[in-house]
Design a protein. Structure first.
Length: 120
């Protein structure tokens, strides 16, 4: 992933609609062997959950971009079936998997609304 100045990762993020400045920010954190290994280990480990978690019991905001090539509409919409608390599903038209990079103002607006509605 980091070979040739992270060419593969840069191409993947760019193809997903992540702005160049955000790609550079990602690489400032993940652009070394140790950090990349930690990130990839998270993805390897996430499949290790073997027992049901049960329903989520906290207010949940799911922000999904309809151009996401990683999480499809059926999976995104199906998340609601696992929430036993107030749930809000927001679709961002034309936004991909990296919504916080592609539509930061809208993502922040939604997050702030959610936190105001459900303060800790």
């Amino acid at each position: 992933m980091l070979a040739d100045n992270a060419k593969k990762l840069r191409e993947r993020l760019s193809a997903a609609g992540v702005p160049a400045a955000a790609i550079e920010q990602h690489l400032s954190v993940l652009g070394n062997k140790e950090a990349m290994e930690a990130a990839l280990t998270w993805y390897r480990g996430r499949g290790a959950i073997r027992t049901p978690l049960g329903p989520i019991r906290v207010p949940t905001l799911y922000i999904w971009g309809d151009a996401d090539d990683t999480v499809g509409r059926m999976a995104a919409e199906g998340t609601e079936d696992f929430i036993a608390a107030p749930y809000r599903f927001e679709v961002l038209p034309g936004v991909g998997h990296f919504a916080a990079d592609q539509a930061p103002d809208r993502v922040n607006e939604l997050l702030l609304e959610h936190v105001r509605t459900y303060p800790v």
